[in-house]
Write a protein that binds this ligand. Structure first.
Ligand code: FES
Length: 554
């Protein structure tokens, strides 16, 4: 009676307490997370579906992570969202949850939580923005910004033109409209079987986005009734499907970290090398920025992710079960493709197999590093150059405009102390812009090496996620300006050409940087965060606790 009475203060009639499934709608809505600012409206559509199917919907907030405003990086808080949502899912009397996400980290954060609690769950991502339109051309979120910033530095664009262009780029609700991290993770949620077919691509302002949300509200009640839980959907086979789909869509390198973290919550064995091995025979089928030409709105009209998954056919585990209650193969059997300029056929792909994410190893990255081949310059995939080393992106930015900077197009820019512990939070800073003097000379790409991440909307020949990171005493901390470094992507090698004895001598001289925080979340994070090669989760959050509230969960 107490529980009911307090809930009735919201005006619910007594029959909603008749034992029908209670469906939580976890929304990451916030005006501080502009990509998610429409999710309160999406939630209304979900509620309609839940009511229709005989459930009792209750919306509640989960931490909103806006990529553009949060300092020092939204990634510092992905695990906090995952922890907050996990506890809310478990502690409240819920039978199932609908996960409303959008901006980059909100999708993996909520999936990690759902994985650890293992209540029936379905994801509804908020959808991409409409295509940006500027001077008669389509412009992609983020990707265009990198280019305009370089144009501004090089004097090819005025500040006034930038003010105008930025509004043209963001003209509707939704997350970034390139195949950046948000679109990638929405696609991963769909490929894993955790959101309804076509969900990833409906634009945020398309009425079918709201239809899909309503449908998801109906489906979550079915999932509760059939007790189909995330652990039954996100199996090893589902992750293999997601990795292959990521290669086919030219997805973000951030998917590597997030999928590893989600798998870690479920106890599904998944390693960094799986990403290279499983993607090796998958061609890129999708011609979307930043690797290609088009944007998510075009992807939607061309047939969206089901068209890609149908094309992949036997490369996927067709028998993997999804939230629809049907298999992947059944979901995509009839999926049409309407535009072969956007979604290519498997026998005439956009890029050949083996152009996805490469996993590199060597004395500079003993536990691995990644490089997005489709965003790199082919002539730099085998490269030898002298290192120019900076201990932070800020140190580099302080000199990036200097005419006498000792760098040419063969220089390898090393930006370090940007890993999970180092910055902290592993920010997307690896694709630092080129030195101004080289931009003015027409140089458009250089090899950059970093223990941080790169925005999914960015491009360039950038070695990312170097593990162990510099702050954890990785070899990256031992590089000195002038050292020779060899990058050999075809051989998957990243080599610092310094003898072992010299590296040992440098290691003896190296001192770890002081802790970045003495208290609070950042202290907890830096004390417990794991390295990028296992997903940068917190060590005590790996694994699942289930949905029963017991001693372990308090
Ligand atoms: Fe939110 Fe790109 S900034 S998705």
């Amino acid at each position: 009676m107490g529980h009911r009475s307090w809930m009735r203060s919201q005006g619910f009639t007594p029959e909603v307490f008749d034992g029908r499934p209670v469906i939580g709608i976890a929304t990451t809505w916030s005006e501080l997370a502009p990509c998610n600012a429409h999710l309160h409206r999406v939630a209304e559509s979900v509620k309609r579906g839940v009511w229709q199917a005989g459930g009792f919907p209750l919306e509640f907030p989960a931490m909103a992570l806006g990529e553009t405003l949060l300092r020092p990086t939204a990634m510092l808080y992905r695990n906090l969202l995952a922890m907050e949502a996990e506890e809310l899912f478990r502690a409240n009397p819920l039978d199932g949850v609908v996960l409303l996400s959008g901006c980059d980290k909100t999708t993996p954060g909520l999936l990690m939580a759902a994985a650890s609690v293992d209540l029936p769950a379905i994801m509804v991502t908020g959808g991409p923005k409409l295509n940006g339109k500027y001077q008669g051309a389509d412009v992609g979120s983020g990707t265009a910004v990198w280019r305009w910033e370089e144009d501004l530095v090089a004097g090819r664009m005025t500040q006034q033109e930038c003010f105008f262009a930025e509004a043209c780029m963001s003209r509707s609700d939704g997350h970034c409209n390139t195949m950046g991290t948000a679109s990638t993770m929405a696609s991963m949620a769909e490929a894993l079987g955790m959101q309804l077919p076509y969900s990833a691509a409906w634009p945020a302002s398309d009425s079918r986005r709201y239809e899909t949300a309503q449908r998801a509200g109906q489906v979550i009640v079915d999932l509760v009734n059939s007790d189909l839980t995330p652990s039954a959907i996100m199996t090893r086979e589902a992750f293999e499907n997601a990795i292959r789909v990521n290669a086919a869509i030219g997805g973000s390198t951030n998917a590597v970290i997030h999928l590893l973290a989600i798998a870690g919550r479920l106890g599904v064995p998944l390693s960094l090398d799986d990403f290279d091995a499983l993607a090796a025979d998958v061609p890129t089928l999708v011609n979307l920025q930043p690797s290609g030409q088009y944007l998510m709105e075009d992807f939607c009209y061309a047939g969206g992710l089901p068209a890609v998954m149908r094309e992949l056919g036997g490369l996927l585990h067709g028998g993997a079960i999804t939230v629809t209650g049907r298999t992947v193969a059944e979901n995509v059997a009839e999926a049409p493709c309407w535009n072969r300029d956007v979604i290519f056929a498997i026998d005439a792909p956009f890029q050949p197999p083996g152009t996805g994410t490469a996993v590199l190893r060597g004395n500079l990255a003993p536990d691995g590093a990644v490089l997005k081949q489709s965003a790199a310059s082919p002539h730099l995939l085998k490269h030898r150059g002298r290192a120019l080393v900076f201990d932070s992106p800020e140190a580099y930015y302080a000199v990036v405009g200097e005419e006498d900077l000792d760098a040419d197009e063969d220089t390898v820019l090393v930006i370090r102390y940007c890993g999970p512990k180092g910055y902290p939070g592993m920010p997307e800073v690896s694709n630092v812009p080129l030195p101004k003097k080289l931009l003015n000379r027409g140089v458009r790409d250089m090899v950059r090496i970093c223990d941080g991440r790169m925005s999914g909307t960015a491009y360039g020949t950038v070695v990312l996620h170097v593990t162990p990171e510099a702050a954890a005493g990785g070899a990256l901390a031992l590089v000195r300006t002038g050292d020779w470094i060899t990058l050999d992507v075809p051989s998957r090698a990243l080599t610092l050409e310094v003898p072992d004895e010299e590296l040992a001598r440098r290691r003896a001289e190296w001192t770890a940087p002081p802790p970045v925080a003495s208290r609070g979340w950042t202290r907890l994070y830096t004390d417990h965060v794991l390295q990028a090669d296992t997903g940068a989760d917190l060590d005590f959050l790996v694994g699942a606790s289930g949905h029963e509230v017991g001693r372990d969960s308090h």
